[in-house]
Write a protein that binds this ligand. Sequence first.
Ligand SMILES: O=C(CO)[C@H](O)[C@H](O)COP(=O)(O)O
Ligand SMILES: [Fe+2]
Length: 226
Amino acid sequence: MNSNQTRTVKIAPSILSADFARLGEEVKDAERGGADWIHIDAMDGRFVPNLTFGPLAVDAVKQHTSLLLDAHLMIVEPEKYVNDFAKAGADLITVHAEACPHLHRVVYQIKEAGAQAGVALNPHTPLSAIEEVIADLDLALIMTVNPGFGGQRFIERGIDKVRRLRELADQVGHAKLHIEVDGGISSATAASVVRAGADVLVAGSAVFGTPDRKAAIEAIRSAASS
Ligand SMILES: O=C(CO)[C@H](O)[C@H](O)COP(=O)(O)O
Ligand SMILES: [Fe+2]
């Protein structure tokens, strides 16, 4: 598989923008609306200037959906918590390269815990940070905002970064690598990142910030295929 056209685009609503008091209903609403994965943002107040939730939220969401649970760990020393996230039901666990001096070890810790392994890069972090582990990854996440908050503006330079990452994955013969983009994704930005080679689109405010989640997901999917 070399062509972007053969890749099915997945939409992963981020519960960061959901109504936490009705989390179960919110997740079901996204699933009924056509979501492919559910994205769960764990923030520790250290790696990013915001605090959210940990493995308990994964366990809670798991009770309400059979969709793949995609845990995005914006935390320092993620190796301390990876096993707990996997036990709680995270199917895919993504750590930040910037938080891992021993990235290769953490990637294998995630796999040994039974989850798929992802690595995220902040907007300023070069692709070279994952070059030596790319063949071991199930997913690479390109941040198109500085992590920490929903509802921020999409950083356009992420588009070219996605394109270069897809080239790198092709060079090492890893056509199945998922390339996820996170931050400011909407029907206005989806087409550009998919054309560049992304196949997983995280969308928080664009889905949960509007009452009709089905319409929001369909709008992103239709833009992505345009
Ligand atoms: O990781 C994140 C923030 O750090 C969130 O997944 C992301 O911001 C989703 O929100 P939005 O789609 O509103 O930008
Ligand atoms: Fe995220």
